[in-house]
Design a protein around this ligand. Sequence first.
Ligand code: GDP
Ligand code: CA
Length: 312
Amino acid sequence: MLVALAGGVGAARFLRGLVRVVPPEDVTVVVNTADDDVFWGLAVSPDLDTVTYTLAGTEHPEQGWGLAGETFRVIDGLARYGVDPWFRLGDRDLATHLYRTSRLADGATLTEVTTEIAAAWGVAPRIVPMSDDRVATRVTVGRDDGREETLAMQEWFVRERAASTVVAVDFEGAAESRPAPGVLDAIAAADTIVVCPSNPVISIGPLLAVPGIRDAMARRRDRVVGVSPIIAGAPVKGPADRLMGPLGIEVSCVGVARAYADFCGTLVIDSGDAAHAPALEAAGVRAVVADTLMTDARVAAALARHALDAVA
Ligand code: GDP
Ligand code: CA
């Protein structure tokens, strides 16, 4: 059995490769839910949906969220009422949020609803939220006039296009949250645990902030292998660099290794970063060099193979 800790797009690309080299039903994916929010009364879980849609092969190929071939008639219809629907949701994607919201209102847990949604899309790996409790990423930014303001993750990332300078990141509710049912047992029992190439601060960070998960990982350190989301000192995509720097994490595979060193014994870094291997070893993390830019599922599968072999 295999466990993967996952954010959104970077994780989903990796998982698409992973399920080509191991039986998909042997994989449990534990997904960040701290990007979740409520829009127009609907419970939206961006990373759960990205992972589910990508494993179903129905993800939007460029956008990084939502379904392929989407239309936006419903959300654009809000313009009539003079509101700015800055967080866009596609028409078909809306069905997922309607379903999730109504099931949660019926009293189902997020874990239960996530299983139902994955089954409906024919996804074989077990997809679980990190927690059934509400954990929310809050980004504190500095304004030009010196004031600080705390924003919801999507307000910073989508509405403000990740442009404002980050001062701090908090995971509201994390300290009181519990891991979703089965998460700690899965980590304890797994042959291998993969930390997907996801944003270390706002995708993997919230998972580690749920009490018990980081310790459970640390106990399996020799079986934990990560894939660096940072290649040649920059994220492949997304705002990781705008979050790591201000939080004192060097924007490099070395910075990732140091941030993960207590629970991740091995880190796969990109071939172009091979010169950094000694710095990883100095941080106590074994370096494995591979091609980590996942241009297609074939590259992702080869990368997954490398990662698994490294801790086999
Ligand atoms: P998000 O929630 O959709 O932002 O998803 P993640 O946190 O899972 O993914 C964002 C991270 O994935 C970024 O830090 C990227 O650098 C990383 N990423 C995306 N594509 C690739 C890739 O092909 N290779 C590697 N190594 N990292 C990638
Ligand atoms: Ca996300």
